[in-house]
Design a protein around this ligand. Structure first.
Ligand SMILES: [Zn+2]
Length: 61
């Protein structure tokens, strides 16, 4: 097993919950939604529901 230089494994890349702007890890996200071919992750199902209602409000073109 390889030892990483700083004793840590590389961190999973965090993504931003578009509704509340919180950082979430995709693997730990409470919910996710696909919109225009992109996957968005949410900290809570409430955020996903807000997003699904009006995705265009949270996603800037
Ligand atoms: Zn959220």
């Amino acid at each position: 097993m390889r030892i990483w230089p700083f004793g840590k494994k590389p961190q999973e890349q965090k993504v931003i919950d578009p509704v509340c702007k919180m950082e979430v890890s995709p693997s730990a996200a409470a919910a996710r939604s696909d919109y225009r071919g992109k996957t968005y992750y949410f900290c809570a199902t409430g955020c996903k529901q807000s997003f699904d209602k009006e995705p265009q409000k949270y996603v800037t073109a």
